[in-house]
Write a new protein. Structure first.
Length: 149
């Protein structure tokens, strides 16, 4: 499993999306609607099939996720990471509150709030919440996949 520490190039990439998002309204509007739809499908699949499956499914081959302050690099490593943490009681809910699209319409950044729920060892509910930040890239086949989460 590849692991990295969040680095300047990753963080810089997020900001490039914001600073390059001046384009024709119809291009960004269409891509924004597509990301809203993908995020909705992502959340539904997480509820239906489990958190690990969905993070593998929507990942680009070279995606990076940051968990516990460390980066997990690549779709296979993301799958391995989640397989080791299967929690049948876990539930993850989220919805983007802001979506920005690049000028070229092939990259996007979604940001919003999430709630994670599970049970502790005594069976008591445990709930945490926070913010998420996901960078999406349109792939050669036209599908959106996240490259950073």
């Amino acid at each position: 499993m590849k692991i990295c520490t969040p680095c300047a190039p990753c963080i810089f990439g997020l900001f490039l999306i914001y600073f390059s998002s001046c384009t024709a309204p119809e291009t960004t509007s269409s891509a924004k609607e597509e990301i809203e739809q993908i995020e909705s499908e992502f959340a539904k699949m997480a509820s239906d099939k489990g958190i690990g499956k969905v993070f593998e499914w929507f990942a680009a081959d070279d995606a990076i996720i940051i968990r516990g302050g460390k980066g997990i690099v690549g779709k296979d490593s993301i799958r391995i990471y989640h397989e080791a943490r299967v929690d049948p009681n876990a539930k993850l809910d989220w919805y983007p509150t802001r979506i920005k699209v690049s000028a070229s319409g092939d990259m996007a950044h979604s940001y919003g709030n999430y709630t994670y729920q599970t049970l502790d060892s005594a069976g008591n509910p445990v709930k945490s919440s926070g913010n998420f930040s996901t960078v999406w890239q349109r792939q050669k086949d036209g599908n959106w996949r996240y490259i950073f989460d």
